[in-house]
Design a binder for this molecule. Structure first.
Ligand code: RIB
Length: 302
């Protein structure tokens, strides 16, 4: 089983030609709402790609909360351990300009996740299971969950997004860290401008105690580091309309393949194809492909 502990948000998306200046009001070209949240997107990716996934998190006691629960459930995510907090549901206000996004996030119910929620959510977890986390819920809960997961012998995958400084306690419990380029820069102070800097950044991350590293680099592809070997995964060339949740699709797909016993590189190759589909569609959870869609592409591009 794969467990995802993390955020569940309602995404409110405006497509714009440009970001407004200070004091300016700018009309959007298109507006839509859909289920997002880094944790929820990762869980939806696993479910849509055919995996068993349990979400641990919180929605608010508002209409958005009901919508989010039903979206997760209809996408095949186990929501038994998603509870309702006395707060608004998490909200992400997203401006999409030329396919790229800028996000303002209000945690709302996500900030009400407790150690008790982790205990209940991971009660049946064991050493063959995977825990995925991001950083849109309180850091102390992420740290606590990493310790619980390690005691159980689970594999811990951390997507350090949005980037924050990470404690040694958390890092020593992380098996795989998967930052994007900007998160890598914040965590290591190294800009991944070429292979030399990528190697330096990977070494810096290893020094923190994490065991494996996957760096996602958007249209430049991704890199998988295991021991001394760094493998570069070529990106698929696609026409990006909205990159929201591409990274989440990658993380979910990676975890799913690892749970199926595949190696890191093969898993990242599959994840790369899955996330390349996500960027060609608008929205977060709604843009994530199904297993048959990814398989069809992989077959046709063999
Ligand atoms: O990673 C994309 C997600 O980040 C969006 O769906 C938004 O909710 C924010 O959490």
């Amino acid at each position: 089983m794969i467990y995802v502990l993390g955020s569940i948000n309602m995404d409110m998306v405006a497509q714009v030609d440009r970001i407004p200046k200070i004091g300016e009001t700018l009309g959007s070209n298109k507006f839509y709402v859909n289920q997002g949240g880094k944790g929820a997107n990762q869980a939806v990716a696993i479910a849509k790609l055919g995996g068993n996934v349990k979400m641990i998190g919180k929605v608010g006691n508002d209409a958005n909360g009901q919508f989010l629960l039903s979206s997760l459930s209809s996408n095949g995510v186990d929501i038994e351990c998603v509870s309702v907090a006395d707060a608004n549901s998490g909200i992400a206000m997203i401006a999409v300009e030329n396919g790229d996004n800028r996000i303002i996030f209000d945690a709302g119910a996500n900030s009400h996740v407790t150690e008790g929620d982790v205990d209940i959510g991971l009660a049946d977890a064991s050493e063959n299971d995977i825990l995925i986390m991001q950083l849109e819920i309180p850091m102390e809960i992420v740290e606590y969950a990493s310790s619980v997961a390690k005691e159980k012998g689970m594999t811990v995958i951390l997507n350090p997004a949005p980037a924050k400084s990470l404690s040694p306690l958390l890092l020593q419990n992380v098996d795989i860290i998967a930052p994007n380029e900007s998160e890598t820069k914040i965590l290591t102070d190294i800009e991944v401008v070429d292979e030399v800097h990528l190697t330096l950044a990977v070494r810096a991350l290893y020094k923190t105690g994490v065991k494996k590293v996957v760096v996602t680099m958007g249209e430049k592809g991704s890199a998988v580091a295991e021991g001394q070997t760094i493998t570069y995964i070529e990106p698929r060339k696609v026409n990006a309309v909205d990159t929201t949740s591409a990274g989440d699709t990658f993380i979910g797909a990676l975890a799913l393949c690892l749970a199926q016993g595949k190696g890191m590189v093969e898993s990242a190759q599959f994840a790369s194809v899955a996330s390349s589909v996500t960027v060609t569609r608008e929205g977060a959870a709604q843009s994530i492909p199904t297993l048959s869609e990814v398989k069809e592409i992989m077959e046709s591009e063999k």
